[in-house]
Design a binder for this molecule. Structure first.
Ligand code: FE
Ligand code: FE
Length: 267
């Protein structure tokens, strides 16, 4: 089932996510497609599931994004912390009373602190896809997947079973899975499970926007899909905003973060 987009929306998506060759984005995906193997994903998932890198508050982690510009994104050349506030502000405009959803906008990319642990960009950012089954052609820079040692190794189902559920897939490693794991395994916050799944799958464009991997979905995954799509509009279209991030805005989010997070998290 492909996502139903009106022509207008489709044009906007096209305009915003346009990928050319010989760009920083091309180079990044080229490295990603060569290096993200099934074994690599397992290794990184295991390494970061230990949460032994450091202890810091969510606010400290968010502040680290002042120093990170996402090289995979053709539509953003500002520090990621600005994108964080702009996404949250877009959500606040539409859902002024839904503080939890606003916080998700604010923190959804905080997993990019992986860069501060020395991870290469291709292991932090960019659209994600599944290892252990055939690569769908709708993946960004599909041609560079031909350099993957696992190109042509699997059929559509690969090592998985039909309807096995998204949670059982090995998805290329990056900031989605990392922050999901941090929030799942730290108990000193009030973010609910529904929102953790939005974080976990927000970069999974082949799935949420291109309609791939339907063979693995179970009934609950369709609920997750509609939550992720609802969030994606804010994440994507906030890149067109030039909302100013004032002291008042920062103070507002500091205050609601204090309501939802308590002390240091293990990272
Ligand atoms: Fe992201
Ligand atoms: Fe984002």
């Amino acid at each position: 089932m492909k996502r139903n987009l009106s022509n207008n929306n489709l044009n906007e998506v096209k305009k915003l996510r346009t990928y050319h060759v010989n760009t920083p984005q091309y180079n990044l995906y080229n490295e990603m497609h060569k290096n993200q193997t099934f074994q690599y994903v397992k290794l990184k998932t295991k390494e970061y599931s230990k949460l032994n890198k450091c202890k810091m508050t969510i606010k400290k982690a968010l502040a680290l994004l002042d120093d990170f510009i996402d090289p995979s994104d053709p539509d953003l050349d500002v520090p990621n912390s600005i994108h964080a506030y702009q996404t949250a502000e877009r959500i606040r405009k539409k859902y002024p009373d839904d503080k939890e959803f606003q916080i998700i906008g604010l923190i959804h990319d905080v997993g990019k602190v992986l860069f501060s642990f020395g991870e290469p960009s291709w292991s932090v950012v960019g659209d994600t896809y599944v290892l252990g089954c055939k690569f769908p052609k709708s993946i960004v820079y599909y041609d560079t997947l031909k350099n993957s040692p696992e190109y042509d190794k699997y059929d559509n189902t690969g090592i998985y079973k039909e309807k096995c559920g998204l949670e059982n897939l090995h998805i290329s490693y990056g900031h989605d899975e990392y922050l999901y794991n941090v929030l799942k395994n730290n108990k000193n916050h009030k973010i609910s499970h529904k929102y953790l799944n939005i974080i976990r799958y927000h970069s999974f464009y082949p799935w949420h926007t291109e309609g791939e991997y339907r063979q693995f979905m179970n009934d609950n995954d369709y609920i997750i899909l509609s939550d992720v799509l609802k969030f994606n509009d804010f994440d994507l279209y906030s890149k067109e905003d030039d909302t100013e991030i004032t002291i008042e805005v920062k103070n507002y989010y500091d205050k609601i973060l204090d309501e939802y997070f308590f002390g240091d998290l293990n990272w």
